[in-house]
Unconditional design. Structure first.
Length: 430
């Protein structure tokens, strides 16, 4: 089978790496890919948001499976686009239709869906620009800190947590005035939940499901969870507290009711469901839904999956996921994201990247990289690459990841030195 993965980030690097290991993968293409994906796949000069161009490529290459990495094409309806053409009924598409993708495309819609499904989540209200007075009054009734979320897609940066009322009001005004473009034309204000965050990933054919390895990602730019939100500075899997009783609660209170509600509302859903959770004194609360795998969580989750990913995706397409079993490695994975100086603000790119030998068994999942005419790897984005390592436990996985980080170099390179250390009860990794 020939497979096309849409996207160009670290998530798509990890997806294409894992898919390429399948005995069923005749060839893997990544569109547009990056400088790292060429190690196990062929890059294609195709824009994931140009559906006609994607269709042309699928026809030209005889693609049998389309794996949609990022959220934008899903929210824009790429699955629906292919379903509307009877010539593509046999094409296995991993990613939900537009209606299901609204769970990520609109936080307002997602919160209302959670209410209908009885999903535990934070109290909230939604406001537009014309309701600024009511929004500030609602804020005043909450206890600090204050959580503000852009309703639409904002590349993982549309959530602000402000410590004081004045800052929250200023941020609210900025968001409604276009801080995140059209995404923040409406703002969700939420009650702040005190706890530990984690990400749970579900693969589903719309009825049956498999719960994939969970992960914890690190969104803040600086050590100790300080600084602005980013698309993610690293991740670890598994998460020590996500065991037994807690995961039973996640499955019974969140996963099953979510899928049941999707079915009750006749919303077809095939692919990944990413549930962002907060562990509040042993009880899970949903922070958000995403309709694809996370980035950089994918870089620590997929190295722990031992099952053939193509076989799982084929089962999703055929509606027989209930026949599959998931094999997960007992090892721990730690991923450290290397970013350009200045990220998530303005940054320069085009710097050569030295990646080291890689003889230690670690993995480099490129994200914002490109090849120049001479075949050199150059920085081409804010998040440049994720360094992933496996170990018998979290401490050894982190140590191995940081040992490989020391081999990588590019001008302005920056990374968090404390990935996983909060779960070890330690400080910054030196």
């Amino acid at each position: 089978m020939k497979i096309l993965v849409l996207g160009s980030g670290g998530r798509e690097s990890a997806l294409s790496w894992k898919l390429s290991q399948s005995v069923h993968a005749e060839k893997v293409y990544v569109a547009p890919g990056n400088a790292g994906t060429v190690q196990w796949a062929e890059n294609a000069d195709v824009d994931p948001m140009n559906f006609a161009q994607v269709k042309e490529f699928v026809l030209e290459k005889g693609i049998g499976m389309l794996v949609v990495g990022p959220e934008d094409p899903l929210v824009a309806g790429i699955h629906d686009y292919f379903l509307a053409d009877p010539n593509f009924r046999d094409l296995a598409i991993i990613g939900p239709c537009r209606q299901g993708a609204r769970l990520e495309g609109s936080k307002e819609y997602a919160k209302a869906f959670m209410e209908r499904a009885g999903i535990p989540t934070a109290a909230y209200a939604v406001f537009g620009k014309e309701q600024i007075g009511q929004a500030k009054a609602f804020l005043k009734g909450l206890k600090p800190p204050y959580v503000l979320k852009a309703d639409g897609l904002a590349a993982g940066k549309g959530v602000l947590i402000e410590p004081g009322y004045a800052q929250a009001c200023a941020s609210l005004e900025a968001m409604l005035e276009g801080k995140f473009g059209p995404a923040s034309s409406r703002v969700v204000i939420e009650e702040y939940l005190e706890g530990i965050e984690l990400s749970v990933f579900v693969l589903t054919d719309g009825k049956s499901y498999l719960i994939l390895p969970e992960a914890k990602d690190y969104k803040k730019a600086g050590e100790g969870d300080t600084g602005p939100n980013t698309g993610g500075m690293g991740s670890v899997s598994p998460v020590p507290f996500a065991r037994g009783e807690f995961m039973d609660k996640v499955e019974e209170r969140i996963v099953k009711p979510t899928l049941a509600r999707l079915q009750a509302e006749r919303i077809p859903y095939t692919g990944f469901l990413f549930v962002g959770l907060m562990n509040v004194k042993g009880d899970p609360y949903v922070i958000e839904y995403n309709v694809r795998m996370g980035d950089p969580e994918t870089e620590s989750v997929f190295p722990r999956i031992e099952s053939d990913l193509v076989e799982l995706f084929q089962a999703v397409h055929a509606g027989r996921l209930h026949e599959e079993k998931l094999s997960i490695s007992p090892l721990t994975a730690a991923s450290v994201m290397l970013v350009s100086g200045g990220y998530p603000g303005s940054y320069k790119k085009g710097f050569p990247v030295e990646t080291g030998s890689g003889e230690d068994g670690s993995l480099l999942f490129h994200a914002g990289t490109a090849l120049d005419a001479e075949g050199r790897v150059l920085t081409a984005g804010g998040r440049v690459m994720a360094v992933t390592a496996l170990g018998e436990d979290l401490e050894s996985a982190c140590a191995r990841a940081y040992a490989r980080v020391a081999q990588v170099a590019f001008e302005g390179m920056r990374f968090r030195k404390d990935i996983g250390k909060d779960l070890l009860g330690k400080g910054v990794c030196e």
